[in-house]
Write a protein that binds this ligand. Structure first.
Ligand SMILES: [Zn+2]
Length: 60
């Protein structure tokens, strides 16, 4: 069973039009909105989106 819902959606911060969907670990993308012509910069840091580490497993 594939979990396709794990893809993130990236939207225009101005008009909320969908730019693209995907999974990006880290990067910075400049994209021009086809709806409102706003040029938006999407910054992605994997550490912002990944699940928090299960620190309880480290307990002795
Ligand atoms: Zn827009």
């Amino acid at each position: 069973m594939e979990n396709i819902s794990s893809k993130n959606e990236y939207r225009c911060s101005h008009c909320n039009k969908l730019f693209f969907k995907g999974v990006i670990e880290k990067g910075e993308i400049e994209i021009k909105c086809r709806g409102c012509k706003n040029v938006d910069t999407v910054k992605i840091n994997k550490s912002d989106t990944e699940d928090p580490p299960e620190e309880d497993l480290e307990k002795i």
